[in-house]
Design a protein around this ligand. Sequence first.
Ligand SMILES: C[S@@+](CC[C@H](N)C(=O)[O-])C[C@H]1O[C@@H](n2cnc3c(N)ncnc32)[C@H](O)[C@@H]1O
Length: 250
Amino acid sequence: MSSRYDDRETSLSRALCAEVGLVLAEQPPSRVLDVGCGTGATLQHIRAHLPGAGLVGIDPNEAAVRSARRLLGSSPDIQVHAMAAEDLAGAAAGRLGRFDLVLVHLSLGLMRDPFIVLRALAGMLCPHGHCYVVDLLRPDDWDGRSVPVALGARDASERAYLRSQLAASLSLAELSAVGDEVERRVPGVHAEVRRGGLGGYDPGSPAARRIWTRAPRISGLLASSGTRPGSGEQMHTVAHMVIRHDEGPR
Ligand SMILES: C[S@@+](CC[C@H](N)C(=O)[O-])C[C@H]1O[C@@H](n2cnc3c(N)ncnc32)[C@H](O)[C@@H]1O
C-alpha cells in the first residue's frame, strides 16, 4: 500500500464516502460497519459526527488494525477486528450483528471474491439499511500498463501502486453484474451502480443537490481540500454502488 499516495489523494474521497453514507437513509444510522477500515480514519470521521453510534471496523492487516485501535481508543461503542471481509460469509457475520450502514471504501477490488463479500454484507443489513461501496474503476479499454493521469500519481512508485490497484479493480460492467447477482440472491435488497460525481450523481443533478442539502459538511470538505487540475476527472475514475435493504418495518 502506498500510504503517501493514499494520505494525499484519498482522504477527501474517504470523508465524502462517510458523509454520503450517513445521509443515504432518512434516519442517522445507529450501527456502522467499515469493511477494510485500514487505520481507522473513516470510523474516526463518523464518530466525530455521530457520537453514540456503534462502530465496527474490520481489516485483515494486523498493523492497520493496531493503528486503528490506537486512533479510536477504547470505548464500548467501537470494535476493530483483524479479519478479512471474506470471513463474513461464515459465522463471523452473525457475531458482528446487523448494521444500518456498511461502508466499503477503496477496498472491494482487493478482495478475492467481491460477490461473496457483497452478498454477505447485503445479508447483514438492518431493514432499510444501506451498504455504500466506493471503489476505483478499471477502464473498459485498459491496456494493463497505463495509469490515468487523472489519478494524480507523482512518481514511478505511485504509478506502480496504482497499476496494481487498477489490475485488481472491477470495470463498471463487472461491478454492475455483481450488483445484479446480489439482488437476485438476497431477498429484499436492491443494488445500484453509478460512475463518478457526488455519490454517483452528476454534481448539478437533483439527486446530488439532495445529498448536498442533507450533508452540509460536504461543501466545507470540498472547499478546504482545494481543487487541483484534474480532480473532476479523478472523480470519474470511481464507482459508487449502493445496496439497499427495502424490506421490514422501520
Ligand atoms: C486503500 S486501503 C483503504 C482503507 C480505508 N478504507 C480508507 O479509506 O482509508 C485498502 C484496505 O483494504 C484492506 N483489505 C485488503 N484486503 C481485504 C479483505 N480481503 N477484506 C477486508 N479488507 C481488505 C487493506 O488491508 C487496506 O487497509
